[in-house]
Write a protein that binds this ligand. Structure first.
Ligand SMILES: NC(=O)c1ccc[n+]([C@@H]2O[C@H](COP(=O)([O-])OP(=O)(O)OC[C@H]3O[C@@H](n4cnc5c(N)ncnc54)[C@H](OP(=O)(O)O)[C@@H]3O)[C@@H](O)[C@H]2O)c1
Length: 243
């Protein structure tokens, strides 16, 4: 039964691809650069004897990513999970972006996940599959940084609720992770207020829970407390937070 990992070339997606290949799961791996993703696929085939197909798609520009993925899935066993570990953030996402950059961030962080889920839903419902979404601690309360990124992540949270509202747990499972800081390209060079966790550790937890039902989790769990504090901070204090 095939798992689709979107954003499989680095960070959490790459760790998920490794963890799932190690567990014998056939994979469709998606990222923008053909050479990167093919090299990762080849490595997983050699190390784990895994069935791996790779698809290079620039999700900032691809109008219908779901159609390309549906076609690529024809050569694989039925799809049972789609893990949307794709994301892009920018240091200048502080009301300093022009319209095309805003569109790019929305395309990668929100349009692509929405379009992919829409396209794969019929197949996932046939297998009582699971959609795995990744939101962020950045989406808890809007700040003057990560403006578009956080808005897109709120959209991901809304998609989680819509999917659960529309589809009973007996026909589709939906899992949402509100992630804290991970040591990946996305946070590279940033000054973080808390230590970043390793993506392989997060990937192991996500893979362990794939067979479970629908749920929303903070990962690492301590970020539930961080989120509660951020939400409850008085406005005057929250406004002065720069991290
Ligand atoms: N790192 C954190 O602290 C953190 C915190 C909260 C939430 N998250 C979320 O966790 C998920 C994984 O993030 P990460 O930290 O693992 O990030 P990452 O290491 O930067 O990986 C992002 C992945 O998205 C892919 N991607 C980006 N732009 C793309 C495009 N135009 N077309 C196709 N693929 C594209 C990248 O592939 P290519 O660039 O090779 O195409 C890469 O595989 C994301 O949803 C992110 O928002 C991360």
């Amino acid at each position: 039964m095939t798992a689709v990992v979107v954003g499989a070339s680095s960070g959490l997606g790459r760790a998920l691809a490794g963890e799932l290949a190690r567990r014998g799961q056939p994979l469709l791996l998606v990222a923008s650069d053909a050479r990167d993703i093919e090299a990762i696929g080849a490595d997983l085939r050699i190390r784990h004897d895994a069935v791996v197909r790779c698809l290079a798609l620039d999700l900032a520009r691809e109008a219908d990513p779901g159609a390309r993925m549906t076609a690529a899935l024809e050569a694989l066993p039925p799809v049972t999970s789609v893990l949307l570990a794709v994301g892009l953030s920018r240091g200048d996402d502080d009301f300093g972006l022009d319209a095309s950059r805003i569109g790019e961030l929305l395309a990668i962080n929100l349009h692509a996940p929405l379009a992919i889920v829409h396209a794969l839903l019929p197949r996932l419902r046939e297998t009582r599959g699971v959609v795995v979404l990744f939101s962020s601690i950045a989406a808890v309360r809007g700040r003057g940084r990560n403006v578009v990124y956080a808005a897109a992540k709120r959209g991901i949270e809304s998609m989680y609720e819509s999917l659960r509202h529309r589809h009973a747990g007996a026909e589709l499972r939906v899992q949402l992770y509100r992630l804290g800081f991970l040591a990946t390209n996305l946070t590279h060079g940033m000054r973080l207020p808390m230590p970043a966790v390793e993506p392989v550790d997060v990937a192991r937890v996500v893979a362990d829970r794939l067979q479970r039902g629908s749920a929303r989790w903070y990962l690492p769990r301590r970020f539930a407390l961080v989120a509660a504090i951020v939400r409850l901070l008085p406005w005057g204090l929250f406004r002065r937070m720069r991290a």
